[in-house]
Write a protein that binds this ligand. Structure first.
Ligand code: CO
Length: 664
């Protein structure tokens, strides 16, 4: 590195006398998208981004990522915020710095392939609402899924960044599939598609420093577009990986402001700025200016989000990534899923089976949504399979992968598994080989009709087209047709601080019980007084120990602390009470006695019924589709007979072992 130094580094006033680098590393900041998505379950609110946006605009970032990924979903589902409004607002505050987004190719900002008409409209509206850079990836690296969106990005005159999803099947780059040649070929494909830049997207933090050096060097020699590295910190390697990639000539790297950095997020920018001081790759950024931003984030913003941080472990590094080559978010979702199903003790079996399920499904990269699909299927296999009957409960998404609906998998799918799960698949039992969207029927016109009473423009229609259930509900809140639940409302800094004090006191056993403790779902409930205000607190015997539920006696002016959501990396289904309360009776009617009860094997939301009350069903017929962890599961009749006592409606939430109906 010594030849990179231009000046003697001693006795230099770094902020003033710093020479301008010949080839500064360009930096994209991810704080306002991937940062809070990784650490705070994507719960960051627009009002908490505005105070730092203008300050960040002055740093000199190549771009700021502010939209896409899970933001669209989380905003309308949990925050009662219009995702389009966020984009327009960010664009207003970032006057000098281009704004960027993460686009899941034909999956847009959702979890399935949308038809071409929806994809085109979405990209057009995103461009018109102000997006500059479209970072585009496909979970299978099947670039046929880029065709529709890239055409629109280009037509709008915007920057198309093509991603190669970086994944491994062993601890270092190489092996049968994910070797240097694979990545070079993918990059060449992107160059041919007209990529304005090429991103190596290492969502799990798998890339080791020397592999990064080799890969970036080879890419710089093989393709012309600038090379951009997106490398999560999760495993702990990324700061080293960044440095080796910079030495190999990488053009752009991704980082976060330090309060939003590390853990499953990204390396912080500040140490890198100092590392590169005075070299020919100096970023030129002012550390002082960044410190002002950090202080604001620390003092005024992050106290509102701290409860979302998964601090269940002391280590900020997840060595499971190094052991299993899986993304951190995927593992935390698996842990949550198993916990909800009272089966956390079987996590070891899930880890052991995961590579096999991945191989069965064509050695797919582990990235949203394939990481979740492989992960949840592994959980289902561990919990429900029998020695002679595997893939007993395939999720809808696994059937779709086997059918070819996500695209071509990097390796062939296990033909036995494919045949089994496609039995009775409504689109056909023979898999397709064409570009998936070619078989999808247009949806935009129908979406327009469905919400013509509540949607004011195409942006509204798209919220519904992407997320029919929660999207429609959001539109009703937006236009005042329905009141959003209290849990969706933002909390003030004062409320957040008070809530944190309360949790701390409860943990320390300093709460005063005013009510006789009662047992309900393993929770002990107390009414506690904090500064003369009553709060109802439920204390669990297990971790996480404290759930602040609500202030039942609170007057309108009193604060309404929210139930801290589980520290999930991706948003789960909405809290239980809300959809039930809005969609139907608060409590379902009691189940009839007699007959064979059909129970929910896992907690989830009822998406639709395939049978109705009074229908005669045969054992094994699909009765209901239950969404759990965003995967659809077909629940089949446990016996033959007549379906009775249907106790739920579509959209209702059920807990594990809730009786959905009875077959008698
Ligand atoms: Co990321």
């Amino acid at each position: 590195m010594t030849d990179h130094f231009q000046v003697k580094m001693t006795e230099m006033n770094y902020e003033k006398d710093r020479p301008k680098a010949n080839n500064p590393v360009k930096v994209q900041d991810l704080t306002l998208r991937d940062g809070h998505q990784s650490l705070f379950a994507t719960r960051g609110r627009t009002e908490d981004m505005i105070p730092v946006a203008e300050m960040m605009d002055n740093i000199g970032f190549w771009a700021v990522e502010v939209w896409g990924g899970a933001t669209f979903d989380t905003m309308h589902r949990f925050l009662n915020e219009d995702p389009w409004e966020r984009l327009r607002t960010m664009k207003r505050y970032f006057k000098k710095t281009p704004v960027s987004m993460l686009l899941r190719a034909q999956n847009l900002v959702g979890y399935r392939n949308y038809p071409d008409d929806v994809a085109k409209a979405f990209v057009q509206r995103t461009a018109e609402n102000g997006m500059d850079i479209f970072r585009t990836f496909d979970a299978l690296n099947d670039y046929r899924n880029f065709e529709t969106v890239v055409k629109e990005i280009k037509a709008a005159g915007k920057h198309f960044q093509g991603c190669v999803c970086y994944t491994l099947t062993e601890p270092r780059m190489g092996g049968e599939i994910y070797n240097l040649e694979f990545y070079l070929n993918k990059a060449k494909e992107l160059e041919e598609m007209g990529a304005d830049s090429i991103c190596i997207k290492d969502m799990a933090g798998l890339m080791s420093p020397y592999d990064a050096f080799e890969l970036v060097k080879a890419l710089k020699e093989s393709v012309r577009p600038p090379i951009h590295l997106h490398c999560h910190f999760t495993s702990g390697m990324s700061p080293m990986t960044h440095l080796k990639a910079i030495e190999a000539g990488v053009d752009i790297i991704d980082t976060c402001m330090s309060p939003y950095a590390y853990r499953t997020s990204h390396a912080a920018i500040e140490p890198l700025v100092v590392t590169l001081y005075g070299t020919d790759r100096d970023t030129g950024f002012s550390l002082k200016a960044m410190d002002e931003i950090n202080q604001k984030l620390e003092k005024d913003i992050l106290p509102k989000y701290k409860h979302l941080l998964d601090d269940s472990k002391v280590s900020i590094i997840d060595t499971n990534v190094l052991l299993h080559q899986t993304p951190g978010g995927m593992l935390s979702n698996l842990v949550n899923q198993l916990r909800e199903m009272d089966a956390l003790d079987r996590i070891g079996e899930v880890y052991d089976l995961l590579p096999k399920v991945r191989k069965d499904l064509g050695q797919v990269p582990l990235v949203t949504p394939t990481s979740q699909i492989v992960g949840i299927q592994t959980v289902n296999n561990v919990l429900f399979d029998e020695p002679n009957d595997t893939y007993k409960m395939p999720t809808q998404q696994v059937k779709d992968i086997c059918y070819g609906l996500y695209g071509k998998t990097p390796a062939p799918i296990n033909p036995e598994v494919q045949k089994k799960v496609l039995k009775g698949y409504p689109r056909g039992e023979e898999p397709i080989t064409c570009r998936p969207a070619e078989i999808l029927e247009s949806e935009l016109e129908k979406a327009r009709e469905d919400v013509n009473d509540v949607a004011a423009d195409l942006d509204d229609v798209l919220i519904y087209a992407l997320y029919p259930t929660t999207g429609k509900k959001f539109l009703r809140y937006k236009y005042g047709l329905e009141d959003p639940p209290a849990a969706m409302k933002p909390k003030t800094l004062e409320e957040a601080v008070k809530e944190e004090q309360l949790v701390r006191k409860a943990r320390a056993g300093e709460v005063v019980a005013k009510k006789k403790p009662e047992d309900e779902e393993g929770l002990r409930k107390f009414t506690v007084m904090v500064d003369d205000e009553p709060f109802e607190v439920a204390v669990e015997d297990k971790n996480p120990p404290v759930v602040v539920q609500h202030a039942p006696q609170a007057a309108a002016a009193a604060p309404q602390p929210q139930a801290p959501p589980q520290p999930a990396a991706a948003p789960g289904p909405p809290p239980k009470e809300e959809p039930a309360a809005a969609a139907g009776p608060a409590k379902p009617a009691p189940a009839p006695s007699g007959g064979t009860p059909m129970k929910a094997p896992m907690p989830g939301t009822i998406i639709r019924f395939e049978k109705k009350e009074g229908d005669s069903v045969n054992e094994g017929d699909t009765v209901v589709i239950l969404e759990a962890m965003k995967m659809e599961n077909s629940l089949t009749a446990p016996a033959s007979g007549t379906l009775q006592g249907l106790r739920y409606r579509e959209g209702d939430s059920v807990a594990k072992n809730d009786v959905i109906c009875v077959i008698g």
